[in-house]
Design a protein around this ligand. Structure first.
Ligand code: ATP
Ligand code: SKM
Ligand code: MG
Length: 171
């Protein structure tokens, strides 16, 4: 299988970046995050891109960034929370090892509620998160080869559960 060792998907704040780095350390692999790629390439934050150009323009930038990362990266790759909205991106993920990190709404509000860096949750985090998940849950599930619940688990426990679920051995 070519492409990344593992692709992580899931909603904002579920721990893709945190857990992805831990998984990479455990596997002796490198870590890459498409949100970071976009910020580096654009020279502005994700929130600034949303404000300057709107969500559709951000999604186009994101789609290109994900395609590039899937082609280039062979370690752990975290995708932005909304990357799976794009049908071409979902098609590229077919045949990849994809872990969906999940959490319930109360955990989501705890992790993201006060963080203005996430423009889609800036006004009413609980309501916005519920609506996002209603629209996206099936897309995360259909893309994933493993689903890993993160509620009540530390990032280390989530990393271990994900490696177990994916049947990957530590270095
Ligand atoms: N299992 C966990 N338990 C408690 N807090 C966690 C856990 N995993 C991550 N966090 C915390 O939740 C916050 C969000 O984590 P992180 O930035 O890794 O999420 P993300 O999925 O990458 O989000 P985004 O899609 O917005 O990039 C951070 O403050 C992180 O420390
Ligand atoms: O879930 C989303 O739509 C997003 C998640 C983040 O990773 C960022 O890509 C951005 O804030 C949008
Ligand atoms: Mg992240």
């Amino acid at each position: 299988m070519s492409g990344p060792l593992v692709v992580l998907v899931g909603p904002m704040g579920v721990g893709k970046s945190t857990v992805g780095q831990l998984m990479a350390e455990r596997l002796g692999a490198s870590f890459r995050d498409t949100d970071d790629d976009i910020v580096a390439e654009q020279g502005r934050t994700i929130a600034e891109i949303f404000v300057d150009e709107g969500e559709p323009a951000f999604r186009a930038i994101e789609k290109a960034a994900v395609r590039r990362a899937l082609a280039e990266h062979d370690g752990i790759l975290a995708l932005g929370g909304g990357a799976i909205l794009d049908a071409d991106t979902r098609a590229l993920l077919a045949g990849q090892r994809v872990a969906y990190l999940s959490m319930d709404v109360e955990e989501a509000v705890k992790r993201t509620g006060l963080n203005a860096a996430r423009p889609l949750l800036a006004v009413n985090p609980r309501k916005q998160w519920r609506e996002l998940m209603e629209a996206r849950r099936h897309l995360y599930e259909e893309t994933a080869t493993a689903v890993v619940a993160t509620d009540g688990r530390t990032p280390e426990e989530v990393a271990e559960a994900a490696l177990d679920a994916l049947e990957l051995k530590e270095a």
